[in-house]
Design a protein around this ligand. Structure first.
Ligand code: C2E
Ligand code: SIN
Ligand code: SIN
Ligand code: SIN
Ligand code: FE
Ligand code: FE
Length: 346
């Protein structure tokens, strides 16, 4: 519930003439809590202190800082920009009205004031302000819901692909943690590390299109089977599709490039070195490290030390050599993640 509906709304009255303040207070006191300021500077201070006024009645002509300047500063400060301002003025020229409205005032009251007009204008603008705040709150809640839903769908899609060749879906969870740790350690931005974390689970979504007889084959793949499995990055990119949202753009990039190799021998495009997007180079290491340390239909789990040795050995051929120290830096934390999200044996 909003302030002004629940309790009395607070109105800040600003005027350099004490008598004018007395007159307005007299009109408003019965229904509202009234605060007063005799100068623009004082008004700005009160407007920023809690509880914020729900409305400001602002005299235009004041010495030092006039009402227009006060209004401009109120609107420039995000903390006070939303508070509705009504100008109270003896000036009635159309030009002046336009200037005030352009500065973001919601209404005008002319002096000498008429009490019923003050009452109705204040009541109307407060009701509009309440509606606006209520609407903004609803939009905020809905936006949060949509974001949370989207993240959940993305996680579940990633796991859906993983359930096809790994019954628990833990691979995508572990490898996305490894990828986040590496991304965070590069200090690009927290937001980017979070994006990598949330996009990486979809890296193998294209495996949905790979027949089980290939994916779940207990032994090594023949050439034709290898050709089929190598379509999963392109298929993943097509499943994710083209979107404005940063998260989905990155998810597509990772799906497409996580099997590229630093020396150009990877697939699907044979990209080389820094042609491979950074997120693809990061997820390549996270993916292989987890594939090696986990049990697969076609292989046993390897000890972490053996997996780490493979990653070191493939620096500069498979993996971006600059990312190998980053991988070692996050390894202790990666091992904790591995411990925590371990596949149940048997
Ligand atoms: P995946 O199981 O998620 O493995 C991801 C990547 O980890 C592999 O990409 C490979 O780079 C690395 N990797 C996995 N196991 C080994 C290993 O034993 N030795 C080494 N040196 N690297 C390993 P890759 O090779 O492009 O494979 C892509 C996907 O193809 C694999 O995803 C898996 O689903 C499937 N796959 C690969 N090899 C076989 C296989 O021999 N049998 C079966 N059934 N599937 C395979
Ligand atoms: C394999 O590693 O045997 C199949 C995947 C590939 O080489 O691309
Ligand atoms: C970024 O998008 O913030 C940097 C990631 C990159 O270099 O690819
Ligand atoms: C980075 O681009 O900041 C990471 C180092 C690299 O792989 O280029
Ligand atoms: Fe893959
Ligand atoms: Fe994978």
């Amino acid at each position: 519930m909003i302030n002004s509906l629940q309790d009395k709304a607070t109105i800040l009255v600003v005027d350099d003439t004490p008598e004018n303040i007395d007159v307005l207070s007299g009109v408003l006191r019965a229904e509202y809590k009234v605060k007063a300021a005799l100068s623009g500077e004082k008004a700005l201070r009160i407007a920023q202190s809690d509880p914020r006024p729900d409305m400001i009645l602002l005299d235009v002509m004041m010495p030092d800082m006039d009402g227009y300047e006060v209004c401009r500063r109120l609107k420039a400060n995000p903390a006070t920009a939303q508070i509705p301002v009504i100008f109270v003025t003896a000036k009635i020229a159309v030009e002046d009205e336009r200037r005030g409205l352009e500065l973001g005032a919601v209404d005008y009251i002319t002096k000498p004031i008429s009490p019923p007009i003050v009452e109705i204008r204040v009541r109307t603008q407060l009701a509009l302000y309440d509606q606006r705040r209520e609407l903004e709150k609803m939009v905020r809640v809905r936006t949060e819901e949509v974001l949370a839903t989207r993240l959940e769908i993305i996680r579940r899609l990633g796991r859906a692909a993983e359930f096809k060749d790994n019954e628990t879906g833990l691979h995508v969870i572990r490898m996305s943690h490894y990828a986040r740790l590496m991304a965070a350690s590069l200090n690009i931005s927290d937001a980017w590390a979070d994006l990598v974390f949330n996009a990486a689970p979809m890296h193998d979504i294209g495996k949905i299109g790979i027949p089980d007889r290939i994916l779940l084959k207990p032994g090594p793949l023949d050439e034709e089977e290898r050709r089929v499995i190598r379509t999963h990055p392109q298929m993943g990119a097509e499943i994710i599709g083209d979107h404005q949202a940063e998260l989905l753009k990155l998810a597509k990039e990772i799906a497409l490039t996580h099997h590229e190799k630093w020396d150009g021998s990877g697939y699907p495009c044979g990209l080389r070195g820094a042609e491979i997007p950074l997120a693809g180079r990061i997820t390549a290491i996270a993916d292989v490290f987890d594939a090696l340390t986990a049990e697969r239909p076609y292989k046993k789990a390897w000890p972490a030390a053996k997996a780490t040795a493979i990653i070191d050995q493939d620096a500069g051929t498979h993996f971006d050599p600059a990312l190998i120290p980053v991988f070692h830096e996050i390894l202790p934390e990666a091992l904790e993640i591995m411990e925590h999200y371990t596949d149940k044996k048997g």
